[in-house]
Design a protein around this ligand. Structure first.
Ligand code: MLT
Length: 404
């Protein structure tokens, strides 16, 4: 008789954004006359930039021609894309990353869920609390997190690093020494970040502890302040302790197109074992590459027109972020984030729990957000709004919230 992976049975509830989706759909069905504004999941709303559309069209035409048709992509991704990444995301910032340290994928969500496979099941992971749920859930599925305490909403073998108003949302070094540390900066969900100096202290800590940092830089394009690092490799010593995950979803609107990449430096080793070689082995075995046409679209992100158009797109969303911040502050809310990230993190009013505020906002204002407690116990009493809506919807949502 076959047996299933019991670890899946330990997962409490469904994936956060699936739960929210179901709740909102049920409300919409019961109230078909209501115009719901969705500022919940961080999904983009603006169309792909013209430079990207042109690149897609060209690549589609190539696929229809025997001379230029492409089949399977190279294991690590096409050289043209990996070179553009190296030049623009790294060399331009003074970081030396080689093309064979870049692994092109179908997005940072898959990579952030899959990367744990190359680590021992005995490793202890440390996560910020609140946290993007994929990091913890993928470790639960693998069997690395121990038992779940439903009351505390915590796993026995996970090290939680609370990020709250009290510590300025900056994770502190944990009392127990972790093996694998997940950091997402600028942060999802709090929309806050840390200075380059603070990041350097995490790199120093990891190198000293013999730990690996999984650095999720999906929101890097939204950094507006000079003292914030765009890549962990701007920090000295990061190549011996850090893996960086990057996404094209938020900077270029690829949530439905799917493209990302992971950097695994060759200096990153466990004794004599190279993590770059391990990830290459994993990638070659389990992944057949992002589509050629999508990789060409990714290349266009780094063209002069692409860069200019995407700068405008990021500015568009950041105008929303400013409108949300200011609107909420005017309405008396305590608000964080939204300066270096497209997320605004607010304290729920009148002592409401995160889910109470979710229901209140959905029912009274027909606005959807994300309950902070869905990201971890320290998210209780907080709520996330995304700046990825249209400007008109964002302003309309704020009007409704103000009237509550
Ligand atoms: C979010 O809303 O947290 C993100 O959109 C989720 C993701 O990027 O997978």
């Amino acid at each position: 008789m076959f047996q299933v992976n019991d670890n899946y049975q330990k997962l409490p509830g469904s994936y956060l954004f699936s739960t929210i989706g179901k709740k909102v759909n049920a409300y919409a069905q019961a109230n078909p006359d209501r115009q719901i504004i969705r500022l919940g999941i961080g999904d983009v709303t603006q169309p792909l930039a013209p430079a990207i559309i042109q690149a897609l069209h060209r690549a589609v035409d190539e696929m229809g021609n025997a001379e230029t048709f492409r089949g399977y992509a190279p294991d690590l991704g096409y050289e043209f894309l990996r070179s553009a990444i190296v030049e623009n995301d790294y060399r331009a910032r003074g970081c030396e990353i080689a093309t064979d340290e870049i692994f092109v994928s179908d997005g940072a969500k898959s990579d952030s869920g899959n990367i744990q496979e190359i680590f021992s099941l005995d490793n202890r992971i440390a996560v910020c609390d609140p946290v993007y749920p994929v990091y913890v859930d993928s470790n639960v599925m693998a069997g690395r997190t121990g038992t779940y305490d439903a009351q505390k909403e915590m796993w026995s073998d996970v090290i939680y690093m609370p990020c709250t108003m009290e510590n300025g949302f900056v994770p502190e070094f944990p009392k127990e020494t972790p093996d694998v540390i997940y950091l997402c900066l600028p942060n999802n969900p709090t929309g806050t970040t840390i200075t380059k100096e603070q990041l350097q202290s995490w790199v120093d800590y990891a190198n000293k502890a013999g730990a690996v940092i999984i650095y999720d830089a999906a929101y890097e394009a939204y950094i507006s302040e000079d003292h914030v690092a765009h890549s962990i490799y701007e920090c000295e010593g990061a190549k011996t302790c850090a893996i960086e995950l990057k996404s094209f979803s938020k900077n270029a609107g690829f949530t439905g197109v799917r493209l990302g990449y992971t950097v695994v430096p060759k200096e990153l080793k466990c004794g004599e074992v190279s993590l770059n070689a391990m990830w290459a082995r994993r990638h070659g075995t389990k992944f057949n590459g992002a589509p050629y046409i999508v990789q060409r679209a990714g290349e266009a992100v780094y063209s002069a027109e692409g860069k200019a158009q995407l700068k405008e797109q990021v500015a568009y969303y950041m105008r929303n972020a400013a409108a949300i911040r200011e609107g909420l502050e005017d309405a008396g809310y305590t608000v964080f984030g939204g300066v270096n990230a497209p997320y605004i993190w607010l304290k729920t009013p009148k002592g409401m729990t995160s889910w109470e505020f979710f229901d209140y906002l959905l029912e009274q204002a027909n606005v959807v957000g994300t309950p902070g407690s869905g990201f971890g116990p320290s998210g209780e009493g907080y709520f996330r709004l995304t700046a990825f809506g249209s400007y008109e919807n964002t302003v309309a949502a704020l009007e409704r919230i103000r009237k509550l």
